[in-house]
Design a protein around this ligand. Sequence first.
Ligand code: ZN
Length: 304
Amino acid sequence: MKKTLVVFVGAGRSGSTLIDLLLERNKFCFAVGELRYFFSRSIGKNQLCSCGDTVFDCLFWSELAKKTARLELTSDYGYFNFFERLRNFYRLLLSRYFGCYRKESQEYTAVNMMLLDYIFSKAGKSVIVDSSKFPFRALAAKILLARNVDVRLVHLVRDPRAVAYSWTTVKKRPEIKDEEVYMDRHSFVYSSLLWALIDVSCKFVKLFYSRDQKITIRYEDFCVDPVGSYSGLSEFMTGVPDMSLDLDEQHNSPSHALSGNPIRFNKILKVSRDDRWLKNTSKFKRVIFGVLLYPLLKSHGYKL
Ligand SMILES: [Zn+2]
């Protein structure tokens, strides 16, 4: 099977960690978490892998962590930000259509392929699932990595009002050792606008992917039929549907995912739709934000 990189795009708090944890059970897939943060958080801040060790002690990551430390790639976040940030994405287009930024493009490809080659070889799997979710990381992958690896895109969508509500809640970050740190919180207004910006960016990036290289999944649909959705996703990623997902079976071997939702540290995985936002958000607020985001809401089949 050809080596494949599957890049998830979409807003944070859309349920990608839950889907990752299920994809880890697929015999072809390795769910890597948010690979974008390998240098800045896992190496630079010595944060914990989901197995409970730092990347320097983790059985899966330690070799790579030591190698990148030797190469002094430990804290340089620039390799990714140079092309992947929203304000920098024009560089990708200039690189693609006019051959600009040749040195940076080569460097970006080399650094990313070093990570990917290591993961493919260490995991012994043919599909890497990267849930970084940055839309322009998917564009960078398509433009700068597709010559080396088959690249596919999953656009994960969740009702923006549910996403915005989730960003207002308090969540601890268990990957940070020795101190109590909480995930960033944002206002409902900020998160709704950010969701819209991310959604428009995802729609733009999807234009660069052919029909068979992209798929859109709604978190809500996934939770209603996790077994069927998982199988469809497996077919999209690996070419092989897989209806064998047993939700009652708990996975015993530790995962090695980087960054993401704290549920990746839970011993027991519960697949259920998180609809707390409906109870905790006033109808007035839901309608107002529904109207504001209506064209995007409608494009994904959500109601006011
Ligand atoms: Zn680990």
